[in-house]
Write a protein that binds this ligand. Structure first.
Ligand code: FES
Length: 519
């Protein structure tokens, strides 16, 4: 399998472009630790940071390089304002759960600030207000309710009727004392600190199996073993399918970001609307001046007919409120959504006492990562956390979103079948730069022709659980509509849960090798 550098083939985020690549070693021996953390993003590194203060022997296993996934593609808003969530949780599960969620996220904002100050981390941290606004009459009441509920939970929230852009709105909710930062500057500094404190960080060390004897035994792609008393999975989508049924409880959404230079100065603050299509804004000071991040155009992964249009939508929106002078960056990101809108943080299942998970951060990964670290540190060290009930992955009482559950699972089931039954074109009429599904000798094949004219063929059956992949024209990737695995046009994994690449060939005359082994 050709190994390719994804960063050369995917649009690069400003966060990646403005920071160095890391170079931690690959695990090439068997080791014993107290805690192994699978996933080296913000959640994993934050867990390691808090746990190393408890004198535990810790290893972090990262399948690629640390902080290259969701954390490197986020908008990096450090906020307890997660859409209009508080009134929803209060209605679904009661005021006590809403209070836990608010307290956890407000504490996360303070904890991140404290870590930055304690360690003097230079990561462009700025305090900012955050706003959710609406341009539709029907959301005014919801915003009023949210102001009332959030205020009753101790959050500094207020109702406003204007935001400082050239757009008319119906209402907005403002949270004060929120913040923004450069997520990679923060995580890379934190990684360096924990590494100096004897946390072992391994890159290019994908975990592919977990077994339990006296301890947990994690096997990596290269066959090395990590024996650990405790396992934490923070790999965005939990790849481990033997327990927990996470494949039926979290689903992927993609969204897009354009980084623009505008004639106008950005007025400050962080903004997101309540309605569809999502539009979100923040700015970032860079060496080349102010960059405005315009975010949105969300869709379920692998289920958009024309992903290129997503960037165009955002550029049109940006044009409506700014005079665009340049668009130096565009990239996309993937988030995982839970059934009830609250992340799963805690024991992997009620029957796996020493295995933990943190996933389904919706689009609010900065505070929820720190919440994960605080909850999992407390569960491991003290056996309990004051916020464990609202985030409990096995919770029953908060799952009132039966509608979502049915819709999303029907959606997955439909995609398991739909791809197999699609009728496909019979020739290989593909222009340079184009990708599509073709049918050769009765088999469904993903084909992409590069700018030099070379054809790249993959077997489009997802190695995770067998859904059929779709072409993502904006990212030039093969995306799975079921649980969000993504692959390059040469079949390499961009993101899991799949732990296997796609079968790949450059030769139309040897396509039978794409179908040789069953997954
Ligand atoms: Fe689960 Fe593709 S990611 S089937």
């Amino acid at each position: 399998m050709n190994k390719q550098n994804n960063s050369k083939k995917l649009p690069q985020s400003y966060w990646l472009a403005s920071t160095p690549t890391t170079n931690y070693p690959t695990l090439n021996e068997d080791i014993d630790v107290d805690v192994v953390i699978i996933g080296g993003g913000l959640a994993g590194i934050s867990c390691a940071y808090l746990l190393q203060k408890e004198n535990l022997n810790i290893a972090v296993l990262e399948s690629d390089h640390i902080c290259q996934g969701a954390t490197a593609h986020t908008t990096a808003k450090i906020t307890s304002q997660h859409g209009l969530i508080y009134d929803k949780i209060k209605t679904q599960a009661g005021k006590e759960f809403a209070k836990q969620y608010a307290h956890a996220n407000e504490s996360a904002i303070h904890k991140i600030k404290e870590i930055i100050e304690d360690n003097q981390i230079d990561c462009d941290y700025i305090s900012q207000p955050a706003f959710v606004y609406t341009q539709r009459e029907k959301y005014i009441q919801q915003i009023e309710n949210e102001v009332k509920t959030a205020s009753s939970l101790g959050i500094k929230a207020s109702y406003v009727e204007e935001i400082p852009f050239n757009m008319s709105i119906k209402a907005a909710i403002r949270f004060d004392n929120q913040a923004q930062f450069h997520p990679r500057k923060y995580v890379l500094s934190l990684a360096s600190i924990i590494h100096d404190n004897n946390v072992r960080i391994f890159e290019n060390s994908r975990a592919v199996d977990i077994e339990k004897d006296n301890n947990y035994v994690i096997t990596t792609e290269k066959g090395n073993k990590v024996r650990a008393k405790k396992v934490i999975i923070t790999s965005q989508y939990p790849f481990y399918n033997k327990h927990g049924m996470y494949f039926a409880r979290v689903f992927p959404k993609r969204s897009y970001i354009v980084g623009i230079k505008a004639k106008e100065k950005y007025p400050g603050g962080m903004y997101v609307n309540e309605e569809d299509p999502t539009r979100s804004l923040r700015s970032q000071n860079t060496e080349d001046g102010e960059l405005i991040l315009v975010v949105g155009a969300n869709h379920t992964t692998g289920q958009s007919d024309n992903t290129d249009e997503s960037y165009q939508e955002l550029i049109s929106f940006a044009n409506s409120i700014f005079t665009i002078e340049d668009i130096p960056y565009k990239w996309s990101t993937q988030d995982y959504i839970t059934l009830d809108g609250v992340p799963y943080i805690g024991n992997y299942t009620s029957n796996t006492p020493d295995m933990y998970v943190a996933t389904g951060f919706q689009k609010w990964g900065m505070t929820n990562s720190m919440v994960s670290a605080m909850i999992l540190r407390d569960l491991i060290v003290k056996g309990e956390s004051k916020w464990q009930n609202v985030y409990n992955p096995s919770r029953k009482n908060i799952i009132s979103s039966a509608k979502n559950f049915v819709v999303e699972n029907l959606n997955v089931a439909e995609h398991l079948l739909k791809g197999k039954l699609s009728s496909l074109p019979k020739n290989i009429d593909i222009e340079p730069g184009e990708g599509k599904i073709i049918k050769i000798d009765g088999e469904r094949i993903g084909a992409y022709r590069d700018e030099e004219g070379m054809l790249h063929l993959v077997n489009t059956t997802c190695p995770h659980m067998g859904c059929e992949l779709n072409w993502n024209s904006a990212e030039k990737s093969w995306d799975c509509p079921c649980h969000g695995s993504r692959f390059t046009y040469e079949g390499e994994i961009i993101e899991g849960p799949s732990i296997k690449p796609l079968k790949f060939s450059n030769d139309v005359n040897t396509i039978e090798k794409l179908f040789k082994d069953d997954y």
